[in-house]
Design a binder for this molecule. Structure first.
Ligand code: ATP
Length: 387
């Protein structure tokens, strides 16, 4: 396995820039997710690393070697696609063995490696079955078998679970991560599904219009979003945004929204704040009858152990609070909203950049690569993804 280093990578198709000045390192043995909406440049980045697309400029290093202009077939990288192309006329054993047979490996070695891959993926019982009759999850396991059997330097996975229904995807997510924990294979995984990325990645790179907006472990991007885009993309239900206008004064640490004077954390800079957006996660928004931040309940969604209450603020913002099932909330009724000022993020409304995030005062949650927020904070199901 090997480290992948990408330096100032740039890709233009005619006059359209698909990837812009991208730099990151995937550490040896790391599970690295490229996450972002459709068309943001994830697949193009992956294809450049694999050698299937030539960068317009920039460099790619694999295990310290500059492979920018090296052919794909000489990079020792295995690709797993969403539309896993298996050979339908071959059984599982021959499908997995195919890359080794193509390399001309002796029969005994092929048999041993196929047996090992099948054992790791727990598909020994399927080895003599034709792939045409397999369920989609098993077909994906065979595709993974074909990728891992030749022990490549790194794996590139492009939405490999995209064709599966949400229940299977959840299962395969756990299997993929467990497989990674056994093999410690350097993996770059492309997805538009934030829940998939949050559940599996050691590090997530969140892309928007060809640019990496933030790079960090799941917990870091969840707790300290660098921009409104990241804050909105990560988390389900999404973060709420309240426009606070100007008026923040250093030292006073409060903003005014309508009649409400709300305490907010101190900004990093010692200067009057610009027009701000206050970002509050649904689980940090409370219904407080006496609060001056007034809203009307639009509806409730029962989740079993909690409920999502959707409200329209007096200023016209739709917000969601995740509260206990015992909290009274009736459609059409007025409510007050409140939040813990230490749990909010503040953004510059004009640029979208974070001025301060909820965990800026914590030092112990920094640099915890691979840390993930508790599952309940990630949302309710893998099916509820941003698209
Ligand atoms: P998706 O999940 O929809 O594939 P993505 O984030 O992987 O999205 P890319 O496939 O990398 O996005 O595409 C990024 C942009 O580059 C898109 O606007 C796409 O239309 C464009 N693009 C990709 N390949 C080409 C190509 N060969 N020629 C022209 N434009 C391209």
């Amino acid at each position: 396995m090997a480290e992948i280093r990408v330096q100032n990578l740039h890709k233009a198709f005619a006059d359209f820039t698909a990837v812009q000045d991208s730099s990151f390192t995937v550490r040896d043995g790391e599970f690295f997710c490229l996450l972002g909406p459709s068309g943001c440049g994830k697949t193009t980045t992956l294809r450049m690393i694999a050698g299937l697309e030539l960068p317009t400029s920039g460099q790619i290093f694999l295990g310290g070697e500059d492979v920018t202009f090296k052919r794909a077939s000489h990079r020792d990288i295995a690709f797993v696609f969403q539309l896993f192309a298996l050979y339908p006329h071959m059984n599982v054993r021959r499908n997995i063995a195919f890359p080794l047979v193509s390399q001309g490996l002796p029969r005994a070695q092929v048999a041993a490696k196929v047996a090992e891959a099948a054992r790791v993926l727990r598909i020994e019982h399927l080895l003599d079955k034709p792939v045409s009759g397999l369920a989609s999850g098993d077909r994906q396991r065979v595709a993974l078998g074909r990728a891992i059997v030749r022990h490549p330097l790194a794996f590139m996975m492009d939405e490999p679970l995209g064709a599966l229904d949400s229940e299977f995807r959840e299962l395969m997510c756990r299997e993929l991560r467990a497989l990674h924990d056994r093999l410690h294979a350097t993996t770059v995984y492309v997805t538009h599904d934030q829940l998939e990325a949050m559940a599996m990645a050691d590090t997530i790179a969140i892309m928007n219009r060809g640019v990496i907006e933030q790079l960090g472990p799941p917990q870091e991007v969840y707790d300290r979003p660098a921009s409104v885009f990241v804050a909105d993309f990560i988390g389900s239900p999404a973060m709420n945004f309240l426009a606070a206008g100007g008026g923040y004064v250093a030292g006073a640490e409060h903003v005014r929204i309508g009649e409400a004077v709300l305490r907010v954390p101190a900004l990093r800079e010692d200067a009057p704040g610009p027009s701000m957006l206050i970002g509050v996660r649904p689980e940090h928004l409370r219904l407080a009858p006496a609060s001056a931040l007034r809203a009307e309940v639009l509806g409730t969604e029962y989740l079993g152990t909690s409920q999502i209450v959707t409200c329209l603020t007096a200023q016209g913002a739709t917000v969601r609070a995740q509260v206990g099932v015992d909290v009274p909330a009736q459609r059409g009724h007025p409510v007050g909203l409140a939040f813990d000022p230490t749990r909010v993020s503040l953004f510059d409304e004009a640029t979208g950049r974070a001025l301060r995030t909820a965990r800026d005062d914590d030092t112990d949650s920094h640099d915890v690569r691979g840390a993930r927020p508790p599952a309940r904070e990630l949302g309710t199901s893998l099916g509820a993804a941003h698209g």
